[in-house]
Design a protein around this ligand. Structure first.
Ligand SMILES: O=C(O)CCC(=O)C(=O)O
Ligand SMILES: [Fe+2]
Length: 292
């Protein structure tokens, strides 16, 4: 990837194509464009999906805002690490559409709408949890739906030492959200890891999604959930905005909202990123980006 060059002409044409994305000026333009292009060129799956029967990476970006956002997310993921997906979730799509589905309205997952999606770290049940989560917004209705974000550090500052010790015990089990098919409960593990000054969190506060064995651990978990809710900040994405979340240091969620299940609904694109995809717990055998 480091050896990938784009010509001045290609860069000019890409700049025009990326213009609809707001806040591009916040990025290091040339680096992000080059990485975006390189990320797209190196990924067979999204190219197949968007290239209309050709393998020309540049065509991918000519399909309008949807593909441009996908390119931007893949480019950002290349800056952070490696994008990946789970075969059991949304059929292994590397860039996932987060929009309300009528059949899933009541599900406490990213596909739901009529119920709150309580604070959670992404894929808490899985050994290969994303290190980062990218959410790119394509559409936000007038009645805007924020993403709620709470940092582990702020929440843990509200807990006692005894509660934090309970959360470090490997007595918690994590259930997959409804967007996963055929996925099972995790083996027992801790909710809290790392030093107190840089805590790492693994939790899903939706009912029944994290269970503790032992009354003290269960109570500490309840108090953590309350602390996360108490310090959660709403972040509202507008079309063109991208949210980058560190999935080890933050929990996220969103309130219930009214969906029309039509072309006016809120629409996000989501990408999971691993800093080192092919090493560590749950690592897939190289070079698979879609974990089975
Ligand atoms: O809808 C949102 O703002 C966040 C949904 C969510 O939890 C996710 O996409 O992982
Ligand atoms: Fe999520």
């Amino acid at each position: 990837m480091a050896n990938y060059w784009i010509s001045a002409q290609e860069r000019r044409s890409l700049s025009g194509l990326l213009a609809p994305i707001r806040d591009l000026s916040d990025l290091d333009d040339q680096l992000s464009l080059a990485r975006t292009a390189a990320a797209m060129a190196s990924l067979a799956v999204p190219l197949k999906a968007f290239a209309d029967g050709t393998t020309d990476a540049w065509l991918v970006l000519r399909h309008g805002d949807t593909a441009v956002m996908e390119g931007l997310l893949l480019g950002l993921s290349a800056l952070l690490g490696e994008c990946f997906a789970f075969q059991a979730e949304r059929d292994g799509a590397l860039v996932q559409d987060i929009r309300p589905g009528r059949a899933d309205a009541g599900s406490r997952s990213s596909a739901g709408s009529s119920v709150e999606l309580d604070l959670h770290t992404e894929a808490a049940f899985h050994p290969r949890r994303p290190d980062f989560l990218l959410l790119g917004c394509l559409r936000q209705p007038g009645d805007a739906v924020p993403t709620m974000i709470a940092t582990a550090e702020a929440a843990l500052a509200r807990l006692t030492v005894a509660d934090r010790e309970q959360l470090r015990l490997p007595v918690f089990r994590f259930r997959p959200p409804a967007t996963f098919v055929d996925a099972t409960l995790s083996p027992p593990g801790p909710v809290l890891q790392g030093p107190d000054s840089a805590p790492l969190l693994r939790v899903n506060c939706n009912p029944g999604h994290t269970t503790a064995s032992g009354a003290e651990a269960a109570e500490a978990l309840d108090r953590l959930a309350a602390a996360l809710r108490a310090c959660a900040t709403p972040v509202t994405l507008d079309a063109g905005d991208v949210l980058v979340l560190d999935n080890r240091r933050t929990a996220h969620g969103r309130p219930a909202f009214a969906a029309g299940f039509d072309s006016h609904d809120r629409w996000l694109k989501r990408v999971y990123v691993a800093e080192n995809l092919w090493t560590g717990p749950g690592a897939p055998p190289h070079p698979t980006r879609v974990i089975t």
